[in-house]
Design a protein around this ligand. Structure first.
Ligand code: BGC
Length: 794
């Protein structure tokens, strides 16, 4: 029988209780009451997800009442097996616990609920649950759990369970184990896909071990855990291990006295063969578990909380005067914090909160989510770009399969970078039809390069540019050069889908073409810059890619003459060729949740023949290139496209909020912001059960910082144009920029700015179109006056 050492740390219960105690109200997300409706159960499970970006666990009730959809997901663990395309694997979970009395599994679903609540403590990354229940035979008990996934030691998890027998004495069975009996829900209704094989189960009084292996990619996933009663409470306990196929359960039967509290704890370690050699999975995870046990819960949780404190110190945003907005932005930041990739890896469209969108990576990542990491945790932004670098071989294959040169990032990607977009419409859209996005939604190629350029600009990480970025920029530029079509004196791009997916097979989508022009110009500038320096890394890349200046000259030529136009009279940018001749229908009706309703007679099959659009398309350009368009152009296009947008994607609202703020449509902008920032908290798209809307979360952060905060960077200049809604008294945040931190404290009367840097520096800044220079480590007060602004040191 396997044995494991006793705890090293002898903490007093009070110390630990103090660490686990709830933070103050603004840091808590509470969900009270219980519903048997699977949808509502699953919405809670999504919202209450805990994690650390390596692995995240849905906030399911531990006994898994019928209808719940538990899940643990590990960043980068995808598998295909019988599925149509690769998907994020639902991994075994270590958090299942069930309490049995008189043969009944105790749950709000089987007992009368006297009180039931889950509380997510976002400050500490801890999920609490308390259920006071009465069994059908009148026994009253309170079941409480506390669980966390360590933030500083990503393989570790801890959970504490307590059972209070309020009005009875008698036997209670408490079971907890490791459950490998898990299925993905699949793409189509009722599919249930099995991605895991059982490799090994081991059990001992203090140890349980489960190792599973993904069926196609052969990734081993090991769980080692220890489940025990708290010290001093183990009298009158009968222990029995049980194995049910792929499930391992450690069962304790105790005879509880009326009024007694029985407490259990579980230490868990999760590892995969991506970090540890296959042959060493058992020894490594058990060694890690022993170390964790010796260290003890107290010290581990203390470190966990201080890591959370550090992250909040950098990333928190204060909004004074608007509780709803404050609660929601904090929740959004919490989500971003638990999803930042700790090693090379990206972020899926639903984060690691479910199998929605099969865990795939879309443009959502680079355009919506990436800026948060870039401005707060640049090493995570780098990990996301490294994912794109390491998946270049897949991107090369995508291009080759389509008959082009260079590298083409796939619209949806997973392990290799090869496109894994399903061929049929997702059930999210409730209509079965062929999907063309994988073939045609090519703007992603330049979206990735856009994020790369921002990264280098904001961090100054030239090593990354040299070692990885150059190849990414050149290979993707080469793709576009082979993809464009010569038409008369100019170039065009035919048969694409822009961000607005209602219109397929269109020519010259404005968003795509503008981005490609920018991309090819960037590639040429970078090439020339490095040619002048004679950089060795650059020469090596050029040799490997057989890249010559003649090829680069063509990129410049294409960039100059690729079709893109602004009507000089109306200032309008046509979304794609022929868009203005489509039938015109404005959005006239909204449903109860304020969502636009399709005009009568229009269906998703015919919508492509109208000017109605799914989400921001042309307007996305103003977001990405705020300094490249005049205010007349922004205004005209906003006025034109906004009333024709159905916002059928959650990506749309933040774009409208930010462009609205830029052009001064403040009231609408605030409404759009609230729709973004509360999309999951209020289930505004009706599908939060299927996961968090990552792009909306990232977009909400951008709206606060770049929209309301009005912060943009123009070359090496800070540009500030804040605007606060009437009810916001103060907006406070900080961002990282190169080796500096920009601190902003904005109110209606003034903006306080300080650049914190370890060395003296002077930074150009523009506030309300007025330019000046500020010194590091001094707080400046910028004041709005009707016609000017006054600037003074604090
Ligand atoms: C949107 C895309 C988005 C995808 C994943 C679609 O509905 O139209 O822009 O990338 O969802 O979030």
């Amino acid at each position: 029988m396997l044995q494991i050492a006793e705890h090293g740390h002898r903490d007093t219960g009070d110390d630990l209780a103090q660490l686990l105690s709830l933070s103050s109200r603004p840091w808590l997300l509470r969900r009270a009451g219980f519903s048997k409706d699977p949808r509502r159960l699953q919405i809670n499970e999504t919202l209450m997800t805990i994690g650390n970006g390596y692995l995240n666990i849905r906030g399911s009730l531990e006994e898994l009442p019928e209808g719940s959809c538990r899940g643990m997901y590990i960043n980068g663990v995808y598998d295909r097996s019988e599925a149509d395309v690769e998907e994020l694997v639902k991994c075994p979970v270590w958090t299942d616990v069930s309490v049995w009395i008189d043969g009944l599994k105790i749950s709000p679903a089987t007992c009368r609920v006297l009180r039931h609540e889950q509380v997510l403590d976002m400050k500490k990354g801890i999920l609490h649950r308390v259920s006071r229940l009465r069994t059908p035979s009148g026994k009253i008990l309170t079941l409480s759990t506390v669980k966390l996934v360590c933030f500083h030691a990503v393989h570790h998890g801890y959970m504490r369970v307590s059972v209070l027998a309020e009005n009875f004495s008698g036997n209670i069975r408490v079971l907890s184990g490791l459950n490998g009996d898990v299925f993905n829900r699949g793409f189509f209704e009722g599919e249930r896909l099995k991605h895991l094989h059982l490799e090994r189960i081991e059990r001992g009084r203090n140890l349980m071990y489960l190792e599973m292996k993904t069926r196609e990619r052969q990734i081993h996933i090991a769980h080692a855990a220890s489940w025990r009663m708290l010290e001093g409470q183990s009298r009158n306990v009968r222990w029995e291990p049980r194995i049910y196929g792929e499930k391992f359960t450690s069962e304790m039967t105790l005879s509880a006295e009326k009024g007694s509290l029985s407490e259990f704890e579980k230490f868990a370690v999760v590892m995969t063969s991506r970090e540890v050699k296959k042959e060493c999975m058992f020894s490594e995870s058990v060694r890690e578990l022993k170390w964790f046990l010796r260290k003890g819960a107290f010290q581990e949780i203390q470190e966990h909380i201080s890591q959370w404190d550090e992250c909040w110190k950098q990333a928190d945003i204060t909004i004074e005067g608007d509780c709803e907005a404050q609660e929601a932005i904090r929740y959004n930041i919490y989500q971003l914090l638990i999803n930042g990739p700790r090693t090379v890896g990206s972020v899926g469209a639903k984060f690691l909160s479910s199998e929605g969108y099969l865990g795939h990576v879309f443009w959502d990542t680079e355009i919506f989510v990436f800026p948060f990491y870039l401005y707060n945790f640049p090493s995570m932004a780098r990990n996301m770009l490294l994912y794109r670098y390491e998946t270049l071989p897949g991107a090369l294959l995508n291009a080759e399969r389509a008959g082009y040169r260079g590298a083409r990032y796939g619209w949806e990607t997973a392990t290799t970078g090869e496109d894994v977009t399903p061929r049929f419409a997702s059930k999210l859209e409730r209509t079965i039809r062929l999907i063309y996005t994988g073939v045609e939604e090519e703007h992603i190629v330049s979206d990735v390069i856009y994020a790369l350029e921002r990264y280098v600009r904001v961090t100054g990480d030239m090593d990354f540019l040299r070692q990885c970025g150059l190849e990414m920029i050149f290979l993707t530029a080469r793709y576009w050069a082979s993809r464009v079509w010569k038409e008369g004196d100019g170039y065009e791009i035919h048969t694409v889908i822009g961000p607005d997916e209602f219109h397929e097979h269109v020519n010259n989508n404005a968003y795509t073409n503008f981005l490609v022009r920018w991309h090819l110009r960037l590639a040429a500038i970078v090439f020339r810059h490095f040619s002048r320096t004679g950089d060795k890394g650059f020469m090596r890349v050029c040799r490997n890619l057989d890249l010559k200046s003649t090829e680069v000259s063509r990129w410049s030529e294409i960039s100059r003459s690729l079709k893109f136009g602004i009507d000089p009279d109306t200032f309008l940018i046509e979304q794609f060729d022929g868009y203005f001749s489509l039938s015109d229908h404005g959005v006239r009706r909204h449903d109860r949740k304020g969502r636009p309703v399709l005009p009568a007679g229009i269906t998703y099959r015919t919508i492509g023949k109208t000017r109605l659009i799914k989400q921001a398309d042309v307007l996305m350009l103003f977001l990405l290139f705020p300094h490249s368009f005049s205010s007349e152009v922004k205004q005209a296009n906003y006025d034109f496209y906004e009333p024709r947008t159905l916002h059928k994607s959650s990506l749309s609202h933040s774009a409208h909020a930010m462009v609205g703020l830029d052009i001064g449509d403040h009231q609408h902008a605030y409404r759009y912001f609230m729709k973004t920032v509360r999309v999951d908290l209020d289930n505004l798209h009706g599908n939060t059960d299927l996961g968090i809307h990552a792009a909306a979360v990232g977009g909400a952060w951008q709206t606060v910082v770049m929209g309301f905060g009005g912060l943009t960077l123009k070359s090496d200049r800070i540009v500030l144009n804040p605007w606060l809604p009437g009810s916001w008294r103060r907006l406070v945040f900080r961002v990282q920029w190169r080796e500096r931190i920009i601190e902003l404290d904005i109110s209606h009367e003034q903006t306080l700015i300080r650049i914190v840097a370890s060395r003296e520096m002077i930074v150009p800044c523009t506030f309300r179109n007025r330019c000046f220079r500020i010194r590091s480590n001094i707080r400046y007060v910028l004041r709005d006056r009707p016609l000017s602004c006054s600037i003074g040191e604090d």
